[in-house]
Design a protein. Sequence first.
Length: 94
Amino acid sequence: MSCEEIKSIIPLYIKHTATDQDISKVEEHLCICDTCRQHLAQLMDKPNAIPVTAPREETLPEIPIKKDSNILEYIMLGVGAAVLLFVVSLLIKG
Ligand SMILES: [Zn+2]
């Protein structure tokens, strides 16, 4: 199947109105065709939702940054790290 044919089915594929046959054709094609994958990604605006055959690097979940997070906690972490470094450097110096 050509890219043009696939691209004509992709909108149906996204809306889940494509036939089972078309869906499998699209999915097979997407596995081998970057261009159509990107096309689909643009249409869906969700690149991560695109099936790929090659293993992808795991994307780490976004860590929500709390705006009201406790600054003291960070300070304590920093102090703790500094103390640890200090102790380690003392140990190394022997
Ligand atoms: Zn293609």
